[in-house]
Design a protein around this ligand. Structure first.
Ligand SMILES: [Zn+2]
Length: 242
């Protein structure tokens, strides 16, 4: 993707931030608890803004108590992850798949930090959307085998994390395995992109004398990985009755 796409990805972070914050706020509850609808000091049931958007300050719009990631932290994290994603994608549909995953993985990371769990609703949405968009990317590119690779990557990484959750249940959980399925599908796509890029030979200057020389593919595309995380809501309680 071009520099303009990378800059667009970075700029999309602040736009996505308020929605990410609302997701983090409502889903940062203990297992079995309903989504939060109010801050620590108030009971504000069914107010639409608590479900859709929250300010970048990370504080309650009414009483100013902190209710989410610190100022601009979610926005900067999303912007960085989206910029890296834009740099890695090889097609518009693949970019859509990776952006979808990032927009769910970022709130999941904050929720994991806050309450040490990954809600099924978000991990399921991440997997379904990522694999669905990668399927569209594969079919529109007339490369159905790419979808098979994504499925294999998803299964392989999910099995690895599932095994880790059995071996070390204190460090890993089923939520990690579910999210790993999405990451595996995306990683197989990114790996294929890197391999494809390495197979493209650079232009070779014409021989100085006589016979032609074989071309030597020597591209230098770098792999980039990022791990995001952050703090959320240390002062507010984990759940408030709706
Ligand atoms: Zn409040």
């Amino acid at each position: 993707m071009t520099l303009s796409w990378i800059l667009t990805g970075a700029g999309a972070g602040p736009i996505a931030g308020p929605r990410i914050r609302a997701s983090v706020f409502s889903r940062s509850t203990d297992h079995g608890q309903p989504p939060r609808r109010a801050c620590a000091r108030e009971i504000l049931p069914d107010r639409w803004r608590w479900r859709s958007l929250l300010p970048v300050t990370g504080r309650c719009p009414s009483c100013r108590v902190r209710i989410g990631p610190y100022l601009l932290l979610a926005e900067l994290t999303a912007g960085f992850a989206l910029a890296v994603t834009a740099a890695r994608a090889s097609s518009a549909w693949e970019l859509a798949a990776l952006v979808w995953l990032v927009l769910l993985a970022v709130p999941l990371a904050f929720i994991d930090v806050a309450v040490h769990r990954l809600p099924d609703q978000l991990t399921a949405a991440a997997f379904g959307g990522t694999l669905g968009l990668l399927a569209v990317a594969a079919l529109t590119a007339h490369q159905p085998s790419h979808l098979g690779r994504a499925a294999i990557g998803a299964a392989a990484l999910a099995c690895l994390y599932l095994a880790l959750s059995v071996i070390r249940p204190g460090d890993m959980g089923l939520g990690d395995a579910k999210l790993a399925a999405s990451a595996g599908a995306a990683a197989s796509s990114a790996a294929r992109t890197t391999i494809t890029a390495r197979m493209i030979p650079l232009p070779v200057p014409p021989p100085v004398t006589g016979a032609a020389s074989p071309s030597a593919p020597t591209t230098g595309k770098r792999s980039i990985t990022a791990r995001t995380g952050g703090a959320c809501n240390s002062s507010a309680p984990r759940s408030v009755p709706a």
